[in-house]
Every structure is written in structure tokens, then in C-alpha cells.
Design a protein around this ligand. Structure first.
Ligand code: SF4
Length: 245
């Protein structure tokens, strides 16, 4: 299905919002020292990566290669590294745990039920994330209020009790149109799947295109009820649910 490119609205990213996001990143580095950003390589990640590499390069960026990512996501990683002449740390799941999971549930066992899906997300995303953030004091996320009802209550700065980290959300007030305006204005590298109707991109077998106007997260784990469509990194969501990775 070919769907029109996402939200190509005319409004430019408001300069005040942009300045506020940059200031927040720089203040976070000043106040918390070791700061990390777990990039999903999605649209918000394109903006945050640009802001970090350009204005707050002390923030460390990593991404998780679950082993089931679309090829276009891995190609995007290479394009980002070439553009900024910086290496992004890639964290992998523990091979033995993946092998055990596949032996128990099958190669695509995540389709068999919520516990099996959450177990796969835990092994391939949550555990690598937990390993990657050890030693940091603050975690930057690309969460936005407009992404879902569950994210509408998130605040700019929050204490994340689960990971014992300060959570910082610099893009909270940005609209989808502002994200895409900034990407186009700055000619940032992004995943071509976005132009094919994928607003949110995760692992290939668990992501599909959505119809124009549908909830941006409805293409993730579409076979489940909407309440469970998160991966377990966002503490306000259901347990077991990292969603943007
Ligand atoms: S998104 Fe799907 S394939 Fe990826 S870790 Fe979660 S269940 Fe496994």
C-alpha cells in the first residue's frame, strides 16, 4: 500500500521550540554529566540526533539492533554516521537468550500471544537497553505528547524510578508536522519506509504501514489490543510493553 508522505504541513518548526529543545539538552549535560540517548532511528530520532551532534555532542547515542530490523533501518544508520562523521554505538541482544527463546517459542513466536511478544521484546530490546544505560545519570527520549493518549501526560523532566535515571523529553511539545518540517528543512537522513505509510518503525515482523489519519502507533503489534502496544522502556505504559525502539 502506498500512502502519502507523513504530515508535510507548511508550518516550520517554531524557532522558540527548537531553541527550548537545544537549551534543555545543554542544561541536561550541565546538570547531569553523563547523558545517554537511545535512538530508535525513527523520525523523532532524526531530529534529536541532529540537535545532539550539532549542539550537545557530549550526549552519547546508541541504538539497539534487535536482529529483526528492516534493512532500510540499518542502511539509515550508515547514512547518519556518514553525514555526521560520528559512530553510533550499536548494542545487541545476548545470543544465548535469543537462541533459547527461538527454541522455546519458534522463530516468530511473538505472534502467539502477549507474553511471548513481551518476552521477545525483553530479550531483544529491554535487556540490551538496560545494559547500555549503566553508568549514566540521565536518559533523553523522543517522546511527544501527540503520539498517543498514554504519552499526553508525560512531563519534560521526570524521574524514572524503574531505571533510576532522570528522563528528559526535549521534543514533548513538537507536533508531527514540526518534526517533518525540520527533517526536510535540514535535509536530515530518514527511513524511506516513512514515505510508504510507516509512521513508527520497529522490527520488520512487528511493524506495518497504516492508512492516512490512523493512529501513528497502530502499525506496531497491530494484532494486539491498543493498550499493550509498547515495549517496556516507557514506565507509564503497561509492564512489558520500549516502544520506539
Ligand atoms: S518488536 Fe517484535 S521482533 Fe522486535 S523484539 Fe519485539 S516482539 Fe521481538
Amino acid at each position: 500500500m502506498q500512502v502519502e508522505a507523513p504530515e508535510i504541513a507548511a508550518a516550520p518548526a517554531a524557532s522558540a521550540k527548537l531553541a527550548g529543545s537545544i537549551r534543555l539538552l545543554q542544561d541536561t549535560v550541565r546538570d547531569f554529566g553523563r547523558v545517554v540517548y537511545a535512538s530508535s532511528l525513527g523520525a523523532e530520532a532524526a531530529v534529536l540526533t541532529d540537535l545532539i551532534f550539532t549542539h550537545a555532542p557530549q550526549v552519547d547515542i546508541f541504538t539497539v539492533d534487535t536482529g529483526r530490523l528492516p534493512e532500510s533501518t540499518l542502511e539509515l544508520l550508515g547514512r547518519i554516521e556518514r553525514r555526521y562523521q560520528r559512530r553510533i554505538r550499536v548494542v545487541f541482544p545476548e545470543a544465548q537468550r535469543v537462541q533459547n527463546y527461538v527454541a522455546d517459542h519458534g522463530i516468530n513466536g511473538f505472534y502467539n500471544g502477549l507474553p511471548q511478544r513481551q518476552a521477545c521484546c525483553h530479550i531483544r530490546k529491554v535487556e540490551p537497553f538496560q545494559r547500555a544505560i549503566v553508568g549514566y545519570n540521565a536518559w533523553v527520549t523522543g517522546v511527544r505528547h501527540a503520539q498517543s493518549a498514554g504519552r499526553a501526560q508525560v512531563r519534560t523532566l521526570e524521574w524514572d524510578a524503574r531505571y533510576r535515571l532522570q528522563k528528559v523529553n526535549p521534543l514533548l511539545e513538537w507536533s508531527g508536522a514540526e518534526i517533518w518540517n525540520y527533517i526536510r528543512q535540514e535535509k536530515l537522513p530518514y527511513n524511506p519506509l516513512h514515505d510508504a505509510g510507516y509512521p513508527s518503525i520497529g522490527c520488520a515482523p512487528c511493524t506495518r504501514a497504516v492508512e492516512p489519519g490512523q493512529d501513528s502507533r497502530s502499525g506496531r503489534w497491530w494484532w494486539e489490543s491498543p493498550e499493550s502496544r509498547e515495549c517496556g522502556l516507557q514506565p507509564r505504559q503497561l509492564p512489558g510493553s520500549i516502544s520506539d525502539l
